[in-house]
Design a protein around this ligand. Structure first.
Ligand code: WT7
Length: 641
């Protein structure tokens, strides 16, 4: 395959042609206020904004549409039920295809959201309160998000795969007094004990939750604590429940994400700018057309699920699939079976899933009808050209453009992306910047790198979907994103710009790793490891992994007298899994008698990364190490794996 795959010629309905991309992009740079006030018309405002972006990156203070007011639930639900009440809003596809699914029209969704909002009110939630959602991938998860938005409460969704410990930390950090959960979740053949995990999380010191709202999903046995726990069905009601008027800069949600240091950060998104950003990116990136079925396979526990399962599709009046299951249950054809069953037109998933399914052979794909598919998308990590080619040729029959979308929890929505009929595709490149996105590559000293070049990826101007702060800790927001390169938003990613203006993300340049498209702080895994009594020190790095993109490689020194047995190996893996959750399970533990440190005691991670990558030729200068002979022992340990 040539390195460029040309975009199909734009149909009359195309939301963006090549010429329109150029014109919109230019205008968004020349007249950002005019451009973004125009895009804001995608929403119903209670008070129309007269101002767009007012911001500074030094010090970081960001607002958009600050004199406007609106309600996001109204924009996602209420306003559609007058014009398209009978149209399907959500299609629910359960974990087990043998059990019945469900679909909701906009009218039915409105009823559900009002019921949920009344249930939240009944347990004491009001405007400005933080509500933690710890949910399976069922309609009620999205409904609870929308119900919070209706009341002006701030949702904080915690991925259902996180441990009670991790959940407790995220409840405590935003002083959330309310949790919404379900009895259990289902993933393939496994049951996830969500309510039991909540019970365990609420035992931690510092967690002060007054009410738990429980949705009956599997009907599995759980304990209900009198006075604290409420079944959803008991407190829901159809009473009238108007949408609260929110200022554009009122918080919409908090989402915890990993950084290079410390505990996860509570990234805060506000209402108006986020809504405009997801509405606009959804419209253009997916070329969404009325009546089409859109399926984003991400969990609502991640930002992808926030922006492209719930808010983006609904603000655009679209039909969005909510899939509870996993790609390999009951078999490896599950994705394609769901696509055929619901006649999905636009499918959006992660490279890790594509790589895993590619291994299982084409038959799982080709035996299902994919003629409904029109556009394919990827997100979460760089896609290797081999997986891209398989997705394009086998899944999409070489007729569906692939949009590779680069963005982050902090960006709210797409930042660099292919547009289906407006940009050519280069397998492995996310393409060109979205409207209003101004990128810059800089070297480690902050010097701007002009033209085709490779360096640290920064954004030099604010965009409406940008996170406004880290909840409760604006200094940390400034420190994490605006101080490495003063006056610029630093993404944490390395990137190459080629001569055709295409951006190629090369991966994180900080101590964050990307495991199956999930962001993980190496520091978090290290903290979990050293909590174990057998562990003295730990250093964690990423290394290339065929399916996951990156695997978790842990160097561990043990306490005096501890035997480094297979049992300990298994125990430490289980320990990290319990502390953080299954997604953080180490792929490899490397017991060592020491970690490579400088004489001043700083761990030389660069060396650990290289050794984990099996790349011994370019270890660089090791003479400054306190114990240079350690390197040979580490290499030996790696090779004896
Ligand atoms: C990090 C953000 C964006 C939603 C999912 C992850 C990596 C994301 C791509 C892509 C190459 C990508 C980056 C980024 N990433 N999309 N299309 N190509 N890398 O959100 O957990 O905030 O992680 O994911 O490294 O910084 P997140």
């Amino acid at each position: 395959m040539s390195t460029i795959v040309q975009h199909p010629s734009p149909p009359a309905s195309a939301n963006c042609t090549p010429a329109e991309y150029d014109a919109h992009y230019q205008r968004s740079i020349d007249d950002p206020d005019g451009f973004w006030l125009e895009q804001a018309e995608r929403l119903d405002w209670m008070t129309k904004p007269t101002k767009a972006g007012e911001w500074s990156f030094d010090p970081a203070e960001i607002t958009w549409y600050a004199d406007g007011s609106l309600n996001l639930c109204h924009n996602a639900v209420d306003r559609h039920f007058e014009t398209r009440g009978d149209q399907t809003a959500f299609i629910f596809e359960p974990d087990d295809p043998a059990t019945p699914g469900r679909s909701l029209t906009y009218r039915e969704l409105h009823t559900e959201v009002v019921r949920m909002a009344n249930a939240l009110k009944a347990i004491g939630v009001s405007k400005g309160d933080r509500v933690t959602l710890y949910m399976p991938m069922i309609v009620e998860g999205a409904v609870a998000m929308l119900a919070c938005a209706r009341l002006g409460a701030i949702h904080s969704v915690v991925f259902g795969g996180f441990s009670p410990e991790a959940l407790a930390g995220r409840i405590e950090a935003c002083e959330s007094r309310f949790v919404v959960t379900a009895d259990e979740g289902l993933r393939g053949t496994k049951r996830v004990p969500l309510k039991a995990n909540v019970d365990a999380a609420l035992e931690f010191d510092g967690v002060d939750v007054s009410s738990v709202l429980v949705i009956k999903h599997t009907g599995g046995a759980i304990e209900m604590k009198e006075g604290r726990d409420h079944w959803y069905a008991d407190v829901a009601s159809d009473d009238e429940c108007p949408c609260a008027e929110m200022n554009a800069e009122d918080p919409l949600f908090i989402l915890y994400t990993s950084g290079s240091t410390g505990k996860p950060k509570g990234v805060l998104h506000t209402t108006g700018g986020y809504a405009v950003w997801v509405a606009t990116t959804f419209h253009f990136t997916f070329d969404y057309q009325p009546g089409e079925v859109f399926w984003c396979s991400a969990d609502i526990g991640w930002v992808t699920g926030h922006s492209y399962v719930t808010y983006g599709p609904l603000i655009n009046g679209g039909t969005s699939v909510i899939f509870e299951g996993v790609p390999n249950y009951p078999d490896h054809g599950r994705f394609w079976e769901v696509i055929a069953k619901h006649q999905v037109n636009i499918f959006y998933t992660a490279p890790t899933a594509i790589r895993a399914l590619m291994r299982e052979g084409d038959d799982h794909v080709t035996k299902h009808d994919r003629s409904s598919l029109r556009i394919l998308g990827t997100v979460g990590e760089p896609i290797n050209p081999e997986a891209w080619r398989w997705y394009y040729e086998v899944v999409g029959e070489s007729r569906c453009p692939i949009v590779d979308t680069w963005w982050q929890t902090e960006t709210g929505g797409h930042m660099i992306t292919t547009l289906p009929y407006a940009s050519d595709m280069k397998p492995g490149s996310a393409g060109k910047p979205f409207f209003g996105v101004q990128l810059q590559l800089v070297d480690n000293d902050g010097n701007v790198l002009e033209g085709a070049n490779e360096g640290n990826l920064c954004v030099t101007a604010s965009w409406p979907g940008q996170a406004r702060t880290v909840y409760g800790d604006h200094d940390r927001f400034i420190e994490a994103y605006f101080s490495t390169f003063k006056g610029k938003y630093f993404t944490g990613d390395g990137c190459r710009l080629d001569g055709d203006g295409f951006y190629w993300i090369t991966g994180r340049v900080d101590d964050v790793i990307n495991v199956s498209g999930h962001r993980m702080g190496t520091a978090e895994v290290e903290s979990a490891l050293v909590l174990h009594p057998a562990v003295a020190e730990a250093a964690v790095v990423g290394y290339p992994h065929d399916i996951k993109g990156q695997g978790i490689y842990c160097y561990v020194t043990t306490m005096e007298g501890v035997d480094e047995t297979d049992e300990l190996y298994a125990e430490l893996r289980a320990h990290v899994r319990k502390e953080i959750g299954p997604i953080a399970t180490p792929d490899h533990l490397h017991f060592t008698d020491g970690l490579p440190k400088t004489r001043s005691g700083k761990i030389m991670r660069r060396i650990l990364r290289k050794i984990a990558e099996n790349d011994y030729g370019s270890l660089g200068d090791t003479s400054t190490l306190a114990d240079p002979s350690l390197v040979d022992r580490l290499i030996e340990g790696r090779q004896n794996r």
